[in-house]
Design a protein around this ligand. Sequence first.
Ligand SMILES: [Zn+2]
Length: 346
Amino acid sequence: MIELSDRLEQFVLEIPKVELHLHMEGAIPLETLFGFIQRREDNKLIKNLEDLKKRLVYSNFAQFIKVWLWKNSFITEYEDFEELAYQVLQSLSQQNVKYVEAFYSPRDFTFRNKKLSACGITESLIKGKKKAFDDFGIRSELIVDVVRDYGPRMGMDLIKELSGYLGRGLIGIGLGGSEKLFPAGLFTKVYQEARERGFRLTAHAGEAAGAKSIWAALNELGAERIGHGLKAYEDPQLINYLQERQTPLEMCVVSNIKTQVCKTFKEHPIKNYFKEGLMVTINSDDPAMFDTSITNEYLVLIQKFGFSLEEIRKVNFNSIEASFMTDEERDTMKVTFNKEWERLTS
Ligand SMILES: [Zn+2]
């Protein structure tokens, strides 16, 4: 058994990984985004990567959403989406990520840019991810993000529009956006329709709002996983429920600190949740916007929360368990992970 020492960073980089909570548009490597920005003559304020990094600082969740939309305004062509998916997956594959379930939010683009359609964006991302699979062997599925702010009618239209891509690169739906302003209950029918059509269901909850919002995602949407679930601690009954049912939490520690929904690492409940036997997974959310990576998230678990090697291994395998892969795919993935862990720790 190796000790977690100075070889730590290399070790964490090399462990096999599955990522379940990652937004394609928030994972775009900064070099790629800077390239998109440079095409726009009207943007004289961002002259280099440093200028860009300075824009990626947030005082609260609402301001994060503003910066998110600003960044999206530079992603304007179908080819951009193909390029984006390819670059994001390449960067994940360099961290030995084997499989990703990635969100994308087509309405953020089609709402403002009439020459783009949700189907067109989906097809472009699928093209990019196929290319990444051919080049790097990394597998991925898309989860369409029904952004709360656009309301349930737009969400319903999106589900109907994109159903044809299920099994062809699309696997589920998620619910992002302004959690406090648009409660999950507004989207009950959208989730019902999605479930009937064969979408797998996840929802951001307990990130910007509290435990009630998590209950709503579970009871009113039937969410199979919870994005973040940070605020579950507000309700001990909810903690019991999550523990008993082993409902996966897609936790993203650095994101929570950067958007200031959690002020310090010390206050973050991830270690307690893990100790209480909740199904905790670790993810990077919007790595490019939060100056993090899935590798860094694992490092944070070790360095800030004192996770042992065995505990890291458990969190690592939880992501396989919590994924929307078929039983057969999950079993194959576990065999791969076991082999690589054996090699890394022998
Ligand atoms: Zn997220």
